[in-house]
Design a protein around this ligand. Structure first.
Ligand code: PLP
Length: 390
């Protein structure tokens, strides 16, 4: 289907076909997985002018083009680059839009490895890094400096799930001449269309829901027309291209992402509501709950919620958190999320400077997988009982 025919159709119809052009490759439904370094040129003249679509493996192949086209359709972006991990997708646009002496504003509830990159490499390269309150909204204009070149957003925030007023932040950032980057991993482009809300560059850890099976690492970076040339130049300069089989696996994952997300959303919300009524639970940090402080903003801007949220136990410390985690039989203890299986991790918030840890008790993050909800509730109940008895 051509892009123009596609936009009026339902999202699952579009996900089933986007990026694919079967008759460009003998009618096979899926694009070929192109393994390539060398691309041959027909003549010395073609070579001299680089006058053909593909020139070298690091610059793109029919496989990476298929995924980039799908992401552009989902994000409404002018161009997408595909990199080997979600963290690489964070790093690349920072390097594209920041130079020595610049000031960058980063939300305080940012993914911890993003903070680590900013605090180590960006500082070493002479950048001024400042963290801001995720709830700052239009107030960010007071933090803008003449050398502020990037405002980095992530909504909901990692582990604590604060919702940012992205349009207000984007307006203030643009008034000050900064580029707005957003780590949009939680919502996927299905539940938040970042560029429609003023974001210039939308970042995804495709490792999560797009891949969906805990077996692939990949990142995507999608830019609007103004930011695309610089992002693309930086991608080419760095050579951080992704492996073809991984790109293919994510393209495959996209076909089912809509239906998987519906199930993740439904199960996570059911469990979050149930958890709010359980003894031993102080709060549930899930923006689709009416009790969440960011719920109104979330309802205004987001089209859905995904399968990851946190629970704050009432009282206790590391001992109670460990008892909860060790009692789980279905939930695995492991990092990352977006796969088919449920996971739990203790949340560390010691690096926060503004969006501090809740005072009531330990925070545990739950990724709700595709298992049956009643089994997952029984597992969590085991955890809560163990924490209460610890
Ligand atoms: C997991 C994650 C990343 C990094 O993805 P990797 O592919 O694991 O490097 C980036 N941002 C957010 C919000 C994430 O949850």
């Amino acid at each position: 289907m051509a892009k123009s025919e596609n936009v009026s159709k339902g999202i699952n119809t579009r996900l089933a076909h986007m990026g694919n052009d079967p008759h460009a490759y003998f009618g096979f439904v899926n694009p070929p997985v192109v393994h390539a370094s060398t691309v041959l040129f027909r003549s010395a003249e073609t070579m001299a002018n680089r006058n053909q679509r593909y020139t070298y493996g690091t610059h793109g192949t029919p496989t990476t083009d298929a995924l980039a086209a799908a992401m552009d359709e989902l994000e409404g972006s002018a161009g997408t680059v595909i990199v080997p991990s979600g963290l690489a997708a964070v790093v690349l646009p920072m390097l594209a839009f920041l130079s020595a002496g610049d000031h960058a504003l980063i939300t305080d509830s940012v993914y911890a490895p993003t903070r680590n990159f900013a605090d180590t490499m960006l500082k070493r390269f002479g950048l001024e890094i400042e963290y801001y309150d995720p709830l700052i909204g239009a107030g960010i204009s007071a933090l803008m400096k003449p050398n502020t070149k990037v405002v980095f957003t992530e909504s909901p925030g990692s582990n604590t799930f604060e919702i940012q007023d992205i349009p207000a932040i984007a307006d203030a950032a643009h008034a000050g001449g900064a580029v707005v980057l957003m780590d949009n991993t939680w919502a996927t482009p299905l539940y938040f269309k970042a560029l429609d809300f003023g974001v210039d560059v939308s970042i995804h850890a495709a490792t999560k829901y797009p891949a969906g099976h805990s077996d692939v690492l990949l990142g995507t970076v999608s830019a609007n027309a103004a930011c695309w040339p610089r992002l693309h130049d930086t991608f080419r300069a760095m050579g951080c291209c992704a492996a073809p089989d991984d790109v293919y696996q994510v393209l495959r994952g996209l076909r089912t992402m809509g239906v998987r997300l519906e199930r993740h959303q439904e199960s996570a919300l059911d469990i979050a509501r149930w958890l709010e009524r359980q003894p031993g639970v102080a709060h549930v940090l899930h923006p689709a709950l009416e009790s969440h402080p960011g719920h109104k903003l979330w309802s205004r801007d987001f089209a859905g919620s995904s399968g990851i949220f946190s629970v704050v136990l009432s009282g206790g410390g590391a001992k109670q958190a460990h008892a909860f985690l060790d009692a789980l039989e279905i939930f695995g203890l492991g990092y990352s999320w977006g796969g088919f299986e449920s996971l739990a991790v203790p949340v560390f918030l010691g690096d926060r400077t503004i969006a501090k840890a809740p005072a009531e008790g330990p925070v545990i993050r739950l990724q709700i997988g595709l298992e049956d909800v009643e089994d997952l509730k029984a597992d969590i109940a085991r955890g809560l009982a163990a924490a209460a008895g610890a």
